[in-house]
Design a protein around this ligand. Structure first.
Ligand SMILES: Cn1cncc1C[C@H](NC(=O)CCN)C(=O)O
Ligand SMILES: [Zn+2]
Ligand SMILES: [Zn+2]
Length: 490
């Protein structure tokens, strides 16, 4: 194993690392500048800032020498009937040498909402360094990682070193609102992706203090279950006791989705779950994961399972069902005596191999209709699936995984844990299905970065080591790709 910081046999590696170390304050300042732009894609009032963020990203890529195409993504229809432009998407390319591998990097520059009043100890849009951590909205999700890629390329450019691969970028500004239009963008630009060999996404976290490589994510089947009683909200003093209340029906339906031990009550839902093989079972034993720390990170007392292996399996390879909320329900403070007329329950099922959204949709709909039929309620039930994102699993023997393992070992001195992610990046599977290319997730964020949460951060160390990792990944990828090409050509 090559110890961190010494790479005597590879002068280029030393030169790259040295540059990155000595220019780290500049990279940190760039992140501060990016975080200062409140590019929250959920807030129509901030759409101008979001568009500016996309433009700044485009300029940064142009400054690297990339050819940048800002693609119009049309308009977003708001609830009040108005329309505002979606931020443009960036398709950029740097290098077009047919003897080199072409890697396509995905990232997003929009962020989750953040307000100081939510309980941030620092201003979320004024990046603040405390004890080696860089706090600010978007620090780890996803501005830090996108900038780390840019820093890595910049390092080669400034040192006047040849970049060993062709690089393409696809950067979007509406990931946090579900990436509307992204699938169409990929379909409409098939020629852009045609010569891509590898797709890399750095938009998730490590599982522990050890670096990680991610080869799978769960999918998501997101449902709305609507129960409609009358035409308007009523006073429970005037109508309570004489009508079939929509909320009572809905709460009963929701209670019949899952039991208190986490068992999903929908008949057939686990039929397509891939059986656990002995080989897969052994994988979980060697993964660095601290149950107690995960409990602490989440502020949780007790998990449903007591061993590391069970917990990881239930996060990665078994489905889960979560009830998220009820639209139309009274949820404010005080003691309002309303009977809501129409309520919409929201729940989602994290899908795992080999579950299929269409099958899940049919099973969920039938189950809810069957349970509802027993109520003999005159209310109107409507079940709809809003998102049907498939799970994604990659072949870890693909050359780019080997390249990433080599790069991680060179930068961090240890090989990565091979992990999956319990949440959903629909894009990974969409990419895999549409382009048939190898997709990999190469996270640089720490397990405790708190994405989407208050005090989101990335550590200075992960940001700078992550920049090195990406720089070295280009080198390692070119090596394995060359070997692969040599094997193919007799
Ligand atoms: C919006 N949505 C509804 N179903 C799934 C999602 C995506 C969402 N994605 C992330 O959080 C990215 C994690 N790095 C999630 O997994 O909940
Ligand atoms: Zn993200
Ligand atoms: Zn996010």
């Amino acid at each position: 194993m090559v110890p961190y910081g010494s790479h005597g046999s590879e002068p280029l590696v030393d030169e790259l690392f040295n540059y990155i170390d000595t220019h780290q304050d500049e990279f940190v300042q760039d992140l501060k500048d990016w975080i200062a732009i409140p590019s929250d894609s959920s807030d129509p009032l901030l759409r101008g800032d979001l568009s500016k963020m996309v433009e700044i990203t485009a300029e940064s890529l142009q400054a690297l020498g990339a050819t940048v195409n800002l693609v119009d993504m049309g308009e977003e229809k708001l609830n009040d009937g108005r329309s505002i432009p979606f931020p443009k998407a960036i398709l950029a390319e740097l290098g077009k040498n047919s003897s080199k591998a072409t890697v396509c990097i995905y990232g997003h520059v929009d962020v989750q909402p953040a307000k100081k009043e939510d309980g941030w100890k620092t201003d979320p849009y004024n990046m603040t360094e405390i004890n080696g951590n860089l706090y600010g909205r978007g620090a780890t999700d996803n501005k830090g990682p996108v900038l780390a890629w840019i820093n890595a390329v910049k390092t080669y450019r400034t040192l006047d070193q040849e970049i060993p691969v062709n690089i393409k970028f696809i950067i979007e500004g509406v990931e946090e609102t579900g990436s509307p239009g992204l699938e169409d963008l990929i379909k409409a630009n098939a020629s852009f992706f045609a010569d891509v060999d590898y797709i890399v996404i750095s938009d998730n976290l490590w599982l522990s203090r050890k670096p990680a490589l991610t080869y799978g994510t769960r999918g998501s089947a997101y449902f709305f279950v609507e129960v409609e009683g009358g035409t308007k909200d009523l006073h429970s003093g005037t109508f309570g006791g004489i009508i079939h209340e929509a909320m009572r029906d809905l709460v009963y339906l929701l209670a019949n989705l899952i039991d208190s031990s986490g068992h999903i009550l929908i008949p057939g839902i686990c039929d397509d779950v891939a059986p656990l093989t002995e080989e897969e079972r052994r994988l979980y034993e060697n993964i660095d994961f601290d149950l107690e720390e995960h409990k602490n990170n989440g502020g949780v007392n007790t998990f449903l399972y007591s061993t590391k292996e069970e917990i990881l399996q239930h996060l990665w390879r078994y489905p889960s069902l979560t009830i998220h909320g009820i639209e139309g329900a009274f949820s404010g403070p005080g003691s309002k005596t309303v009977i809501p007329s129409k309520v919409i329950g929201k729940f989602s099922i994290r899908q795992v191999p080999d579950m299929k959204s269409a099958v899940v949709q049919q099973q969920v709909t039938k189950h809810l209709e069957d349970v509802f039929a027993k109520l003999k309620s005159p209310n109107k039930l409507t079940v709809s699936m809003q998102i049907g994102a498939s799970p994604w699993v990659a072949d870890v023997n693909d050359p780019q995984y080997e390249a990433a393992r080599n790069a991680i070992t060179k930068v961090f001195g240890v090989p990565p844990d091979m992990i999956r992610d319990g949440s959903t990046i629909p894009l990974a599977r969409i990419f895999q299905d549409l382009t048939k290319k190898s997709v990999m997730m190469l996270p640089i964020g720490g397990a405790d970065d708190g994405e989407h949460s208050q005090h989101e951060k990335i550590s200075r160390s992960n940001y700078i080591q992550g920049t090195k990792l990406f720089a070295i990944f280009f080198l390692e990828l070119s090596k394995v790709h060359e070997e692969l090409m040599a094997k193919k050509q007799p």
